[in-house]
Design a protein around this ligand. Structure first.
Ligand SMILES: [Mg+2]
Length: 106
């Protein structure tokens, strides 16, 4: 499976949700934040000593990926474009030796 096939599936799956077209990006951005929190909750429980289930963690990361894919789609973009932009950004940081630190514009 590639990013295009996956993103098409997620978009089709999400069409059951009745959200006005103008609110779709906001709705999926909220979903991305929610699922990110759920994923981090698995790590919280791990470091609190409540155990950790790798498969559950990976499934939660899948939820994050699904909402990221929808954020891309409703931004007229794709996971592939986002990945390419990210590789460009990280490669530039590597070339400049600015992998450490903070801020997007390094
Ligand atoms: Mg979830």
């Amino acid at each position: 499976m590639d990013f295009v096939e996956y993103s098409d599936f997620v978009l089709r799956y999400s069409e059951v949700y009745q959200v006005p077209e103008t609110d779709k990006l906001l709705a999926v951005a909220f979903g991305l934040a929610e699922e990110t929190g759920e994923a981090i909750g698995h790590l919280k429980r791990k470091y609190r000593g409540d155990g950790f289930n790798r498969e559950d963690w990976l499934k939660e990361l899948g939820d994050v990926l699904a909402y990221l894919s929808l954020c891309a789609a409703y931004s007229n973009s794709s996971l592939e474009e986002i990945a390419e932009l990210n590789i460009d950004k990280l490669s530039e940081r590597e070339w400049k030796g600015t992998q450490f630190g903070s801020g997007s514009d390094r």
